[in-house]
Design a protein around this ligand. Sequence first.
Ligand code: ZN
Length: 65
Amino acid sequence: MKCPVCGAWSLVKTTRESPTFGHTRRRECGNEHRFTTKEIFIPQEEIDKERRSRLENMRERLESI
Ligand SMILES: [Zn+2]
């Protein structure tokens, strides 16, 4: 992922695994900005639900024009 400070591509330095809270990754970009990201598991069901509601919103907006 890109560095939130300068937009350069970042590399993962270390990954810490936690069974309950997902993985935490320490990253560093080419300009030596350090930041941490967290990776969580999202069930496919939830992604489908979100996609469906987004489509419905779009349809509603189109119909209201
Ligand atoms: Zn940076």
